[in-house]
Design a protein around this ligand. Structure first.
Ligand SMILES: Nc1nc2c(c(=O)[nH]1)N[C@H]1C(S)=C(S)[C@@H](COP(=O)(O)O)O[C@H]1N2
Ligand SMILES: [Mo]
Length: 321
């Protein structure tokens, strides 16, 4: 099978007919396996399957869940990163992640679910159509970007695994691979990176698993091949390079909360009226203008208050930060 390996910014060289043929071929190959594994059937996916370099994806934009703000440049999104496994500077992940192997990739599903086991990524994705969603990413460090993600609703993926009624939370784990992730030999955080959501948060239609951005599979520095996006929460909830999904009855431990519990809570909802103990969260710097980065007011739940506020009714957001 022919898989094209475009260079970034080179997508004009790929004809749409090639993309379609490739994704249809892959989806036929994997659809049955996935249906067997998950009990889910559906339309063919646009996931092109394993590839050593970034490949073009086939997707449709979801306008309902997209901001109309201008996206940041591909350059900003892929060179200004937080991915401590590859170093702590914003420029380190782009520099240090080229030797990371995101192919082949499997995800282990454990805990309170009927359909557990180790699944190939392409089999997990096969039943789903890919969507583009343009979301704001608001980092706890008070900067933000607008990113055109490609992914699928987290809820549809989780339902494949048939969580039991004991599944009150979902925990995620990043790959532990110090030979390819130089930061994992340094004790900044306890490795592997772990995150979690309450099950209703995980099932919320805004939560997605991203597999791409700007039309192509994810660059390593952005969490290839699979990362979480919860746009109403601070960026650190968006755990990258996920290898395990665990359904639990108890609230799972989360990396930043373990490292500094006073500063980073489990919920991590974007909230301009609850300051970080060392800085204000009222405003944010929108990356992209260089010296002239715009400073803008941070919105409650990062602008998704209407959609998500009901999940936190009666909750003291100062206590559950
Ligand atoms: N495994 C892992 N996931 C991670 C991080 C990390 O250091 N390791 N950093 C988080 C933080 S703090 C942010 S703001 C986002 C950044 O995502 P981006 O680099 O794609 O913009 O990834 C999150 N996911
Ligand atoms: Mo962040």
């Amino acid at each position: 099978m022919l898989i094209r390996h475009p260079r970034p910014g080179d997508s004009a060289r790929i004809r749409p007919s090639e993309i379609t043929a490739e994704s249809v071929y892959m989806s036929r190959r994997t659809l049955l396996q996935a249906a067997l594994a998950s009990g889910v059937t559906g339309l063919g996916t646009a996931w092109p399957g394993p590839a050593a370099a970034q490949t073009q994806l086939k997707y449709t934009r979801n306008p309902r869940y997209s901001t109309s703000e201008a996206p940041n440049s591909y350059e900003d999104i892929t060179t200004y990163n937080n991915f401590y496994e590859f170093g702590i500077d914003k420029s380190a992940p782009a520099r240090n992640s080229s030797g990371f192997k995101s192919v082949p990739w499997t995800v282990e599903v454990t805990g309170e679910a009927e359909n557990k086991g180790r699944f190939a990524l392409e089999d997990i994705l096969a039943p789903h159509a890919l969507e583009e969603r343009i979301y704001r990413l608001r980092c706890v460090e008070a900067w933000s970007m607008v990113i055109p993600w490609i992914g699928i609703p987290l809820a549809s993926v989780l339902k494949q695994f048939k969580p039991t009624s004991q599944a009150k939370y979902v925990a995620f784990k990043t790959v532990l691979r110090p030979s390819e992730m130089l930061g994992q030999s340094i004790g900044v955080l306890k490795w592997p990176y772990v995150e979690g959501l309450r099950i209703d948060e995980a099932m919320h239609p805004l939560a997605i698993l991203a597999v791409g951005l700007y039309g192509k599979t994810l660059p390593n520095q952005n969490g290839a091949p699979l990362r979480l996006i919860t746009p109403w929460k601070y960026g650190f909830k968006g755990i990258k390079s996920i290898v395990e999904i665990r359904f639990t009855e108890r609230q799972p431990p989360t990396s930043w909360n373990i490292s500094a519990p006073r500063e980073y809570g489990f919920y991590a909802n974007v909230n301009p009226s609850v300051d970080h103990p060392r800085w204000s969260q009222a405003r944010e710097r929108r990356i992209g203008g260089g010296l002239f980065d715009k400073r803008i007011a941070t919105q409650m739940f990062n602008g998704y208050e209407k959609e998500v506020a009901s999940m936190y009714q009666g909750v003291d957001l100062k206590k559950y930060y």
